[in-house]
Structure formats: C-alpha cells, structure tokens
Design a protein around this ligand. Sequence first.
Ligand SMILES: [Zn+2]
Length: 90
Amino acid sequence: MANTSFRVQTHKFSQDSIQTTLVCSKCDEVFSKEFPLDLEGQTIEFKCPVCGAPGEADLPYKSAEEREELEEDFEEVEEEESGEEFEEEY
Ligand SMILES: [Zn+2]
C-alpha cells in the first residue's frame, strides 16, 4: 500500500483528458498532471514528479454541469436506458 497520497487541489476536464493540480503529501510540493478521461473517478498510482515517492491520487468525477455539455451529443443513448418494463415482467 502506498503511504503517500496526492491530493487533488484543482481539476479541469477537457475533451479527452483530466487536467489536475496535485499536492504531494510527502514533499508538500504542488504539481500539475494530466490523466486520460477514462480514469475519471478512479484511484491512480504514480510517482511524485518532484520527490519521486510512489503514491496515489483519487481522481474526481465530472460534475453534472460539466457533463451536460457533452450530453447533447448522446441523446439517442439515453432513450435506451429506461428500465421500467423490467419490473412488471417478473
Ligand atoms: Zn513529492
């Protein structure tokens, strides 16, 4: 288990990546790092670029507000998500 943690100070979602500013719990330095959008909401292990200590960071989820901008393109997908018919069929 890693004993160093990187706290996400600020984050910003771009179209295909998550740009974060992190603070290392070991050396207390602030650094910025980019992650692929796929890693949203996950715990990621990597080494501190400042002191080299291995640690982990909890990446944020995209907020509802940020999500709305993208959802306009996905309206067709949403229609398939209604699961109401299932309950009656038991
Ligand atoms: Zn560090």
